[in-house]
Ligand binder design. Structure first.
Ligand code: KG4
Ligand code: ZN
Length: 335
């Protein structure tokens, strides 16, 4: 079964054709980085207007890559939540319209679930594993025991991990997009130049939760307080100190979950999975199998949407054409 997936939840306009949930036949991502660079962040109005312009050529290019006509798609899937409402509406409305015209099933897909599915494209991963989602909008540590068996262990109690990278980069004018800019600078800096604090959320229900607003505040507003006077205050050193702490905050909780659950396989998805320090540190952890999807499936893409849609269709059937777009989702807070 070949499913056409569409993803327009933020600033990437993406389409993909995936066969049987795993084999990616076509995958096109049109990035709006240049459109948003002058504003140092995604401008929702610009994003949705660009999606309107780009959605048709992106889908056409993707079908061309896959070497199929649109009528050969067995179903159409689109992200319906969470994200920027105007952006979501473009892909969702387009996907529903196309499915209706073709007389094929439509499947609405949750963006966060799709990110967690991304590592499973083009490869099998045995269960169980600790699933880590780190993106610009979400930070989640979970235990995944089966195809439909995901338990959320912890989330961020404030800022998402990627959001913190973006805000620090914006504050110090490091470049846009922020996460990759910090990563590049950090590789040339000395991580000992700053000793930023880590949050202490040890008790009770917060065992696996993380927090990034304290680190953001320390780096942006209280820099001198945490500087080792032997080191200069360069962008490279600020980035290196920040990145070391941001990754340590996440890994403390991830490795605690690994030990407590005795699950020594960790699968990471989302844009921050591209971070070099996170990759190195997890790969160097003795006795641990760290699995990162290829970079093209870490950041926003439609292959993860089409891949997950296959399993959703098999299990629950098609979605209603009434399915609304939704900017936020509460379901991922631990219950
Ligand atoms: O998954 P994604 O493309 O979009 C969301 O669903 O949010 O993730 C984008 C996030 C941004 O916050 C970006 O700064 C971050 O991923 N990111 C990185 C790196 N590359 C992208 N963060 C740290 N290091 C990187 N190399
Ligand atoms: Zn995303």
């Amino acid at each position: 079964m070949k499913i056409l997936g569409i993803e327009t939840s933020c600033d990437e306009c993406a389409a993909a054709v995936v066969e049987n949930g795993g084999r990616v036949l076509g995958n096109v991502v049109a990035s709006q980085i240049e459109e948003h660079r002058p504003y140092y962040g995604v401008v929702p109005e610009i994003a949705s207007r660009k999606h309107l312009e780009w959605i048709v050529p992106v889908v056409k290019e993707c079908l061309g890559q896959a070497g199929i006509a649109v009528a050969e798609c067995d179903a159409v899937a689109a992200t319906y939540r969470p994200g920027l409402i105007g952006s979501l509406l473009v892909g969702l409305s387009f996907g529903k319209g196309l499915a209706a015209c073709l007389g094929k099933p439509f499947i609405g897909v949750d963006h966060v679930e799709a990110h967690l599915y991304a590592p499973r494209l083009e490869r099998e991963i045995p269960y169980p594993y600790i699933g880590v989602l780190v993106s610009g909008g979400h930070t989640m540590i979970s235990i995944v025991r089966g195809e439909d068996d995901l338990e959320v262990l912890g989330t961020t109690i404030d800022d998402a991990c990627g959001e913190c990278f973006d805000k620090v980069a914006k504050h110090y004018d490091f470049g846009y997009p922020g996460g990759a800019a910090v990563d590049r600078l950090a590789q040339k800096g000395d991580p000992h130049a700053f000793h930023f604090p880590k949050p202490s959320l040890h008790k009770g229900e917060h065992t696996y939760d993380v927090s990034y607003s304290g680190l953001k505040n320390a780096v942006c507003n209280q820099l001198e307080q945490f500087r080792n006077p032997k080191f200069p205050k360069t962008p490279e050193n600020i980035a290196a100190g920040f990145q070391k702490t941001a990754i340590a905050i996440l890994l403390d909780r991830v490795l605690l979950a690994v030990r407590n659950y005795g699950v020594y396989r960790v699968v990471v998805g989302g844009g921050v999975a591209a971070n070099s320090s996170l990759r190195e540190r997890l790969a160097g952890e003795p006795g641990l199998e760290a699995i990162f999807p290829p970079l093209k499936y870490c950041t926003d893409n439609a292959a993860m949407v089409a891949g997950l849609a296959f399993h959703k269709l098999k299990k629950n059937g098609p979605s209603s054409f009434d399915l609304p777009a939704s900017a936020r989702v509460r379901a991922f807070r631990r219950i």
